[in-house]
Design a protein around this ligand. Sequence first.
Ligand code: GAP
Length: 530
Amino acid sequence: MPATTLDQLVSLCKRRGFVFPSSEIYGGLQGVFDWGPLGVELKNNIISSWWRTNVYERDDMEGLDAAILMNRLTWRYSGHEETFNDPLVDCRDCKSRWRADHIRGRCPNCGSTNLTEPRPFNMMFKTAVGPVADADSFAYLRPETAQGIFVNFGNVLATSSRKLPFGIAQVGKAFRNEINPRNFLFRVREFEQMEIEYFVMPGTEDEWHQRWLEDRLAWWESIGIPRARIKIYDVPPDELAHYSKRTFDLMYDYPTLGYEEVEGIASRTDYDLGSHSRDQETLNLTARANPNRDSTARLTYYDPESRRHIVPFVIEPSAGVGRCFLAVLAEAYDEQMVKAPPSERVRAVADALEAFLKSVGRNEKLASETRDALVERGQAILAGLPETMPQIETLLAMPGADQIDIGKKLRGQAQGPIDEYFRTVLHLKPHLAPIRVAVFPLKRNHEGLVAMARELRAAIQSGSSFRTVYDDTGAIGKLYRRQDEIGTPYCVTVDFQSLEDGTVTVRDRDTMQQVRIPASEVRAYVTGRG
Ligand code: GAP
C-alpha cells in the first residue's frame, strides 16, 4: 500500500539520509533542502530516466544546459518582472505573512481575520553580478529553466539543422521566493525542473498538446506512478498563466496533501519566441507579445515549403524533480507485516500507546492543534493494530511527541515487535533504486567469505550504470531489512557453499524469495531485470 501520510516519508528520508534540511547545524534555511547519499542517487536516477525517455529515445529532441544567471532583460520580456507575483497578506495581530489564495481570509497561525489587503509580491530572487552593486549589475536567479531554452532557440536551430517539429530539453535549478514554503519538498524556494519546449507549426499545437499529454503519462507510469493515481486538471481560462492558451496539470494523489500538481503541460503559442524577438511587427504574431526594443535576433524558423519565416508555437511539459521524488517515494512505500506478532505483545504495545495518548491529552504545554494531531494519529494507529504498529515510529517523530516522557516507554515496547514482525519496503522500479545490488558475506569475520563478497561487489559494479555496495555491519536478516527500506531490489549473500561451488544466493526485495546462481552470472541477472 502506498504511504498514507507525508510524515511517513519525512521520517524515512530523515532516518535513512535521503534528504537533510539545508545548513541544519545553523538552524536551517526555510524552504531549502540538501540531498543525502541515498536521495542524490534516487534523484539522479529519476533525472536520467526522464532524459533517456525524452532525449535519447526520441529523434526529435536536443538537450541544453543554460546558465542560472541571465541578462535581466530576459525576465522583462518573458513577462516575469511584471506578472510573476503571488498575492501577499499580513496578519495585523501576529505579524505573520501568508499567500492570500492559500488561507481563506483567516490567519493559520493565530486564527485572526484582521488581515491586510492582498498586494503583489514578486517571487524572483535578486542578486548583483560583479563587484559593484548598481543598476547595471542587477540580476535575478531564474525562477524557471524555460527562458534559457527560448533565448537559445536560434543557437540550437542554427547548430543542429532541425526541422519542425522538434524540442529542447533541460534539467536545472530554479529559485522562487515562495511566501510560505511548506509540505517538505513540495513547495520549496530552491528546486530543480525538468522542462521541454517543443516547437511546432502553428495550427498543429492542439494535436501535439494531446500527444505530449499521453507521452508524459506513459513516462509517469514507467517510473511507478499508475495512470489511475494521476488526475488531469484542464486549467480553466481564468486560472491560466499569462503565456498559456491551454494547460493540463497532472495532479498526483499525495499522502496528506491529496491531489496536487506534479507537472504542467502548457500550450504557450508564439508568446515566448515572439516576446524575445526584434522586429515583432513583421512576424504576424498571434500572442500579445511584450514589445521588445532590446533583442538582437528574430527567433523564427524558415519553412522551406511555404518559403516563409514563421514563429513556431510551443508545447511545454514542465515537471519538478522534488515533487516527482515525493510521488515516487509515496507510491513505492509499503509497511508490511511479515508475520503476525503474538497477541500479548500487541496488547502491551496497545497499552503503552493508550497511556501515551492519555498523557498527550493531559499535557497543557502543547498547543491544542499539536495535541489534536497527535491524538488523532494515535487513535487511528490504535484502531488498526497490529498492522499499523510501524506507524508508531512516525507518531513519535511528530511535533510535540518528544515532550511526552512516556513516549520512550512506547518506543521501547514497540521497537522489538516492529523489527521482528514488520518491514518497511520501497517497491521502487529497479532503474530508480539508489542501490541496485547489496552484497553480504554470511559472516563478517571469515576471511574467505569477506574476500569473495568484496570481489563480487567490484565485479558487479565494474562498468555498470547502477550502484552496488558491500555491507557486513549486521546479521543477514537485519541487512535485508535495511536494504528493503531503501528499495534495493537485489541482495546477494556469499555463504560457505559459495566457497565450494562458486554459487551465491540472490534475494528478491518484493517476493523475499531467493535463488542460487553462479556468482559469475549475478551481474547479467540483476542487469537484465531493469
Ligand atoms: N516553465 C513553466 C513553469 O515553471 P510551473 O507550473 O510554475 O511552470 C513547473 O512549474 C513545475 O515545477 C510544477 O509542476 C512543479 O512540479 C514544480 N514547482 C514549481 N514551483 C515549485 C516549488 N516552489 N517547489 C517545488 N516544485 C515546484
